[in-house]
Design a binder for this molecule. Structure first.
Ligand code: NAD
Length: 357
């Protein structure tokens, strides 16, 4: 009996093409609105409904055709949706999952999210959707910026980037395939990983580096009060190490609060490593210090870090140019036809960089 019911459900879904489905995106910020653009790009006929708290992003999303209809009442559109995407801060994502569980949603509705940490969100979904006819897939599109709101939305934001899915006991009935098809217009590289493992890995490669970047900035600011040239000389390596300190504070607060264990572990590990470096300096151990930098250089060269999302899609090119009129224009003509991410003039401190442009 159960098997027959399940087959019927699958049959119902298959006979119901994606183009006929209603997608509901809650949170038309940078991520939600960029997802809407990507969905519309591949599936122009899919109906996309949007929820946003503030009017500004609602108006932009509607006027730019990212969504077909908008609401400021989260609960209003949820019962109409076949697929619901929560693109909200982590705390609100958890709370809105609970709200969804209390609504009269469509049978086998597919719910996903975009939160930067996954274990707490997946645990919440498993708790509130137990015994409900709801499918859930945790999601984390690994691209973004410090910009916020629908005004910053970009259809190419997720191109070539990893889009991580964290399947769970609620990822049933073809949920993964359906979602991948819906998001095919993003040009992302889909990958599946356990939620807890996602949080451990991102604590190392993303969360801890953000803490380190902000700490470095704070340390330099404090030091600069007594040594005023600190600020002026800060360039090159310092700039590369601290760029991410300009990230959006609200988002990073929620990331740290929703992945405390893994992050605290990384902080302790790093303290030990710094102590080891200090010991080699105290011991005047030239060989150990050389080896420390040698290993770092060797391992960084081996990492996939020079590739964008694991692909050879971006290259750094440093050029020494004479300080004469028209030289930048001359170079731009040479590189015409190449997609440029950025051009930067290294004006002052070029200690760690060979090249002016
Ligand atoms: P954003 O600030 O651009 O958008 C946040 C959205 O949440 C807005 O629509 C806002 O109106 C809504 N919102 C905020 N507080 C709310 C509340 N209390 N009630 C109802 N709505 C509320 O942020 P974003 O960058 O789009 O981030 C959305 C999610 O995507 C977050 O969970 C974030 O962790 C994740 N994410 C962000 C990035 C990034 O780099 N920006 C990358 C990957 C994942």
């Amino acid at each position: 009996m159960l098997i027959t019911e399940n087959l019927l459900r699958i049959f119902k879904r298959k006979s119901f093409p994606l183009e006929k489905k209603v997608v509901y995106i809650a949170g038309l910020g940078l991520i939600g609105a960029s997802l809407a653009l990507g969905i519309k790009r591949a599936h122009p006929n899919v109906t996309v409904l949007g929820y946003n708290r503030s009017e500004a992003s609602r108006t932009i999303a509607l006027e730019r055709g990212m969504v077909d209809q908008v609401t400021d009442d989260f609960e209003a559109f949820a019962p109409l949706a076949d697929i619901i995407i929560l693109a909200l801060p982590i705390k609100q994502t958890k709370s809105y999952l609970e709200t969804l569980a209390g609504l009269n949603l469509k049978d086998q509705v597919l719910v996903t999210d975009a939160g930067s940490t996954k274990a707490e969100i997946v645990a919440q979904a498993e708790k509130v959707f137990t015994d409900k006819a709801v499918r859930f897939v945790g999601g984390h599109p690994m691209a973004g910026s410090h910009k916020t709101g629908a005004a910053a939305a970009d259809a190419t934001l997720f191109e070539n980037a990893y889009y991580i899915f964290t399947p769970s006991s609620l990822t049933t009935g073809g949920a993964m395939e359906e979602l991948k098809e819906l998001l095919s217009g993003l040009g992302s590289r889909f990958i599946e990983i356990d939620a807890a493992e996602h949080d451990r890995v991102t604590s190392q490669i993303s969360h801890f580096p953000h803490i380190l970047a902000s700490t470095l900035v704070e340390q330099a600011v404090a030091y600069g009060e007594e040594h005023e040239m600190t600020r002026r000389f800060a360039a090159g390596g310092f700039r590369d190490m601290t760029r991410i300190a300009e990230s959006e504070p609200g988002m990073w607060t929620s990331i740290l609060l929703s992945n405390p264990q893994a992050i605290l572990e990384r902080i302790e590990d790093f303290k030990d490593r710094l102590d080891q470096v200090a010991e080699t300096i105290q011991a005047d151990n030239e060989e150990a210090i050389w080896s420390f930098f040698h290993e770092g250089r060797k391992h960084r060269k081996e990492m996939q870090i020079h590739q964008r999302a694991g692909r050879d899609s971006a290259y750094d090119l440093f050029i020494d140019v004479p300080d004469k009129e028209g030289v930048i224009l001359e170079i731009l003509q040479i590189v015409q036809g190449i997609s440029l991410v950025n051009i930067h003039i290294n004006e002052e401190n070029r200690e760690d960089i060979h090249g002016i442009l």
